[in-house]
Design a protein around this ligand. Structure first.
Ligand code: AMP
Length: 472
């Protein structure tokens, strides 16, 4: 199928052509005609499937007809995080470059003044996180009665973050006669319920999970203890031909500590987590995309849906508490046909979490093995540290450790009685940096200068001690 077969306008086809796309992805081929027919839609699709364009493209043509009105956005896209909202806005700008459409981005972490000004002038598309939207609504700065098209993106993530009551409230403020499109990576019962309540005779579409079926990603679990994680991570960064890596941790404090620790060890590391303001997050992401930093330590909320090309490795420093997060995390590598490697550190306490991942993805993740002898970690270290100074200053948020240890939520805390963010389960035992640790490498980039030691999940060579655990 070609984009031209989808009945999109010439202006849109030209923008799609300029974006370099030749064929619609399966979700686009299925969803676009439904949206054009003004049907409600429930789409089970993940980031990486091209789902954003599957609603942005038809929306642009629909919105090309009609006029903007002050403070009354004509359509609304709800996103769980600021990054995703910003990414969708970028998509709108890219595909809508030949149209005269105005959009406003309403997200936490940026000044409200400009956002309100844009709304006052009238917008065709409002892209918002639920918390910030409700804030503005409650202040009377916005009217949702002219909003005839609603997109609820990443609905399962909204659920995890406790946003469902906000979404229900927002839905009740929109006109009843509207088109609603709901996208979700999974369909847990509360999302089904939401769809039953607020969608009318929706068309259901499901496309394959990209990460779980992506043959380009080699996935391994590294059996270790919490105390061994730092050592293990450095070891992999030094020895697995890492070009660029995203390291995921379950808590903001771990993200902060780990990024600092890696910087101290000489890695070009940065961080992205929910306590950082939007400007800092964007800056860090830009540095990663530009190759100024090669290791990005990230939390799930901040990194959700990030579209960065050529990430060679994903490390799950913590086994994710939610199996869906595994799919999202691992999907940051192996994008656009590239090969990628994903390592998940699994401690004995993670047995249930990793079993859930394997159940969801319907695959047994291979245990990483070293086929060589049983020598100690010290033997396996390549280089000695030159000094202990951090390569550059780590970014630190202004909140207390206790605050930062709380699970992340993008905008504001849930009100009483709301769904508890699902990340509030158990603390990682490894919250404090291992002070006595010696850095494994001082190179600004991990192993740029050497041949990869790893081969298809097996190292031949000295066996680092953290891997002894895997023998048990
Ligand atoms: P998404 O699932 O919306 O996060 O999109 C994932 C990636 O696929 C983004 O980098 C898009 O730019 C890209 N993409 C979207 N549609 C297409 C297409 N038809 N062909 C190739 N790449 C696409």
């Amino acid at each position: 199928m070609k984009f031209a077969d989808l009945g999109l306008s010439e202006e849109l086809l030209s923008a799609v052509h300029d974006a370099g796309y030749t064929e619609p992805t399966p979700i686009q081929a299925e969803a676009i005609p439904q949206v054009q027919m003004m049907r409600d839609l429930i789409a089970v699709a993940q980031t990486g499937t091209g789902k954003t364009a599957s609603f942005v493209l038809p929306m642009i043509d629909i919105l090309a007809e009609g006029r903007r009105r002050m403070r009354m956005p004509r359509s609304l896209i709800l996103e769980p995080t600021r990054e995703l909202a910003a990414q969708v806005a970028e998509n709108f700008e890219k595909y809508g470059k030949n149209h005269d459409l105005k959009l406003a981005l309403l997200i936490g972490g940026v000044q409200m003044g400009d956002q309100v000004k844009a709304l006052d002038e009238g917008v065709d598309v409002l892209i918002a996180t639920p918390g910030r939207l409700m804030d503005l609504f409650e202040r009377g700065k916005i009217l949702l009665t002219g909003c005839e098209l609603l997109v609820i993106d990443e609905a399962d993530r909204m659920l995890d973050m406790g946003f469902i009551p906000d979404i229900e409230e927002i839905c009740s403020k929109l006109p009843e006669q509207r088109q609603t499109l709901l996208f979700s990576a999974t369909m847990p019962p509360p999302i089904k319920k939401l769809a039953d309540k607020f969608l009318s005779n929706p068309k259901a579409i499901e496309v394959a999970r990209p990460a779980s079926t992506n043959v380009n990603i080699q996935q391994y679990k590294v059996l270790c203890t919490n105390r061994q994680k730092r050592e293990a991570l450095r070891y992999f960064l030094n020895n697995d031909d890492v070009q660029t890596a995203i390291v995921f941790a379950n808590r903001k404090t771990t993200v902060r500590d780990l990024s600092k620790d890696l910087e101290k060890a000489g890695f070009a590391a940065g961080q992205i987590q929910g306590d950082m303001d939007q400007a800092s997050r964007n800056k860090e992401l830009a540095r990663f995309k530009a190759g100024e930093i090669t290791v990005l330590v990230a939390s799930d909320v901040a990194a959700r849906g990030l579209d960065v090309k050529d990430v060679s490795h994903v490390f799950n420093y913590d086994t994710p508490w939610h199996p869906d997060d595994y799919v999202h995390r691992v999907g940051r590598t192996g994008r656009a046909g590239a090969k990628g490697r994903a390592f998940t550190f699994v401690t004995p306490e993670d047995a249930e979490a990793i079993a859930n991942v394997e159940k969801l993805t319907n695959q047994k993740i291979e245990v990483f093995k070293v086929s060589g002898g049983g020598s100690k970690q010290d033997d396996a270290r390549g280089e000695e540290p030159k000094d202990d100074k951090p390569a550059h200053k780590a970014r630190r948020g202004g909140k207390s450790r206790d605050d930062a240890a709380k699970p992340e939520r993008d905008d504001r805390s849930p009100k009483g009685g709301r769904g508890k963010p699902a990340t509030d389960e158990k603390p990682a035992a490894d919250e404090k940096p291992a002070k006595s640790h010696k850095p494994a490498s001082k190179g600004r980039k991990p192993r740029e200068d050497s041949e990869p030691k790893a081969k298809a999940g097996e190292w031949e060579g000295p066996r680092p001690s953290f891997l002894d655990h895997s023998a048990t």
